[in-house]
Design a protein around this ligand. Structure first.
Ligand SMILES: [Zn+2]
Length: 236
């Protein structure tokens, strides 16, 4: 293989390695985290706390109502027991009873509102809980797939790196240095000459440079972008 053909092959190999490294990072990220599930679980936690608060509020109201019912029963029996005969005392008892009843009505309305809210929250918890379970199960399955994929990519990457080492060993250090530098600075080190122009920067390459590049013995760089020119066989 000519020098430029070897560098062209090396660049394809390097791009392959980079693509796999990106895919592996992505697979690792997917194995480690699931943002959709995290969001669902955080929301679920908030909803559960809100449900508990509503239920506690409901219990407190129910206790208060039960207490008032006790007072109402007590006042009611006193009122009709015949023990209280004083007109002012009777009137005061009636006012108190009226006050307890009106307070109880207000509390019952509040209790109903809180109960409805607790039920609604519980329904949301149930629905989101089912969704989170679904997401978790799917993630478990996906994770197993990603783990297998990662193992497969790791093996493949080791193979590609071995291949790269062999390619690099066959190259002279100076050419390799130029290649590495260009790749680092420009992203791509080798550019194909197609239709007489550099495929990367689209500048026309002088015919003698194309001929030199085609011989593949020495490095010919694009006069514009500086990339190593790789010229295949002349177009027929
Ligand atoms: Zn160029």
């Amino acid at each position: 293989m000519s020098l430029t053909a070897s560098l062209f092959a090396l660049e394809q190999l390097d791009s392959d390695i980079e693509r796999r490294e990106v895919a592996m990072r992505d697979a690792r990220r997917r194995i480690g985290r699931n943002p959709e599930l995290e969001t669902a679980e955080a929301r679920l936690e908030t909803l559960r706390a809100q449900t508990q608060t509503a239920l506690a509020e409901q219990r407190a109201l129910e206790a208060e109502i039960a207490d008032l019912e006790g007072r109402i029963r007590r006042d009611h029996s006193r009122l009709y027991s015949g023990q209280v005969v004083d007109a002012r005392e009777l009137a005061s008892l009636e006012r108190e009873l009226e006050h307890y009843r009106s307070h109880k009505d207000g509390l019952e309305d509040s209790c109903l509102t809180v109960m409805e809210r607790a039920e609604q929250l519980q329904a949301e918890v149930d629905a989101l809980s089912a969704r989170a379970n679904e997401l978790r199960q799917r993630w478990e399955t996906d994770r197993a797939g990603h783990t297998r994929e990662l193992q497969w990519m790791t093996d493949e990457l080791a193979g590609l790196r071995g291949e790269r080492e062999r390619e690099v060993a066959a190259l002279d250090p100076r050419s390799l240095d130029i290649y590495e530098r260009l790749r680092k600075n420009l992203g791509h080190a080798v550019s194909e000459v197609t239709g007489g122009v550099c495929a990367m920067c689209h500048v026309t390459i002088p015919a003698k440079d194309i001929q030199h590049a085609r011989s593949g013995v020495a490095l010919v760089q694009c006069p514009n972008c500086g990339r190593i020119l790789h010229a295949g066989h002349p177009t027929l």
